[in-house]
Design a protein around this ligand. Structure first.
Ligand SMILES: Nc1ncnc2c1ncn2[C@@H]1O[C@H](COP(=O)(O)OP(=O)(O)OP(=O)(O)O)[C@@H](O)[C@H]1O
Ligand code: SF4
Ligand SMILES: [Mg+2]
Length: 398
């Protein structure tokens, strides 16, 4: 396996639960992330999936130092980020940037697009000296398929897809090697999702980026990821290549997740087994003993209550030459094909038409030409026609 650019080991983030007004006493902890391990190989995309509240965003925030881990290590090219001095960390952090979920709230409405994208240069002036910044920002707008002349516009003058492009341009400003994208397309219209995923795909090859890509949509994750990690209640319960996870899942939770993905072919749909999980996800403040999935697992036995299953290749597959031979945290891991491979997702390749060229993406993203002019509407008073229409063109296969 190629060299890991990020190595995450035994990562924990516990938020204390306190009681009392004058004397605050810790009475427990929300175990948002509770022992996560994974490697990110240079140039690959690692997808992370899992139900709401399983800790995906908390992992993302720790990777980019927006949250401090309670314990565990995050190594970037061998250097443990959790042990670096603030000064050394600032230099290294430049290389790991984040793209956020909501393009509507993640951009400051009072700043121009130029200021938003160029803001990281205030912290890292060595990347772009003052006189060079405008040109750099315009280059970045061009790279993400937006008109460089829109540099003085405000976020409200863009559609959702265009705003996410601005967020991506900002993420690229410091020429990072790793991008952590937390649900980067979830807030977007379905037709726009494909364009943004295409853009991320193209940028990855253009700038040799490595991605940690978090999403709910298993089809999108399969399209973009080389490997996929499935999270449940603060831990990764299964991890492997896209083929291993989607076509040869061995963990009951992964199997249940996949069984809920829509299958377009009516015949295949009629024959596939739908696994309905019972019960709610337990609170991360009160994690079940043994296997944390046991309260919802149809295969649970006594051992599951007593013994925490480790994330490792199950003994039964250790010597076998099969795609089922990958890490799975289950005492009774067993391959189960939930959907036929050729039909394994509603959108087996959502971007089958291939990535749109920059020009096409830009044309689709810009809408009608609209000169901002020196008196572009101030952020608080969006004119009735301030926002260009949502991208009309582009692949609509998602
Ligand atoms: N600052 C905080 N204080 C206390 N609990 C928190 C805090 N941030 C997150 N949590 C809790 O940690 C758990 C994991 O949250 P997180 O946002 O990482 O989940 P997620 O997998 O990203 O969910 P979603 O898919 O809804 O975005 C949740 O139970 C959440 O309520
Ligand atoms: S260890 Fe037991 S409870 Fe956990 S997933 Fe496997 S069978 Fe289910
Ligand atoms: Mg989240």
């Amino acid at each position: 396996m190629a060299e890991a650019i990020l190595e995450v080991r035994d990562l924990h983030k516990h938020y204390p639960l306190t009681q009392g007004i004058l004397f605050r006493k810790q009475v427990g902890a929300v175990k948002a992330v509770d022992g996560v391990d994974f490697d990110l190989v240079a140039g690959e995309t690692l997808g992370i999936v899992g139900e709401s509240g399983c800790g995906k965003s908390t992992v993302a925030k720790m990777l980019v130092n927006l949250e401090k881990p309670t314990s565990g290590t995050i190594r970037y090219k061998g250097e443990d980020l959790t042990k670096l001095s603030p000064r050394a960390l600032k230099a290294v952090r430049r290389n790991i940037q984040m793209v956020f979920q909501d393009p509507y709230t993640s951009l400051n409405p009072r700043m121009t697009v130029g200021d938003i994208i160029g803001e990281p240069y205030e912290i890292h002036p060595e990347v772009a000296p003052k006189g060079d910044r405008r040109r750099k920002v315009q280059d970045l707008l061009d790279v993400v398929g937006l008109n460089p002349e829109y540099i003085n516009r405000y976020p409200h003058q863009f559609s959702g897809g265009q705003r996410q492009r601005i967020g991506i341009a900002r993420g690229l400003a410091l020429q990072p090697e790793v991008i952590v994208a937390d649900e980067p397309v979830s807030a977007l219209d379905v037709s726009v999702q494909a364009q943004v995923v295409n853009l991320l795909d193209r940028l990855q090859s253009e700038f040799s980026l490595s991605y940690v890509f978090i999403a709910h949509d298993l089809s999108i994750v399969r399209h973009i990821s080389d490997r996929v990690g499935v999270m449940y209640l603060g831990r990764i319960v299964e991890i492997g290549t896209d083929v291993q996870i989607y076509d040869h899942p061995t963990h009951p939770y992964t199997q249940a997740l996949l069984s809920a993905v829509p299958v377009p072919d009516p015949e295949a749909r009629a024959h596939r087994e739908r696994i309905i999980l019972t019960g709610d996800v337990p609170s991360p403040a009160n994690v079940p003993s043994g296997c944390r999935f046991r309260t919802r697992c149809w295969k649970a036995r006594e051992r599951c209550e007593l013994e925490v299953p480790l994330l490792a290749v199950p003994a039964v597959y250790r010597l076998a030459d099969t795609p089922a031979r990958h890490d799975s945290a289950c005492h009774f891991a067993e391959e189960k094909q939930v959907v036929p491979p050729e039909e394994s997702l509603a959108h087996p390749d959502p971007l089958a038409d291939g990535p749109a060229p920059v020009e096409a993406a830009r044309e689709a993203a810009e809408g009608p030409p609209e000169e901002p002019g020196p008196d572009a509407a101030p952020p608080d008073e969006p004119g009735p026609d301030a926002a260009p229409p949502e991208e009309p063109g582009g692949p609509k296969t998602l």
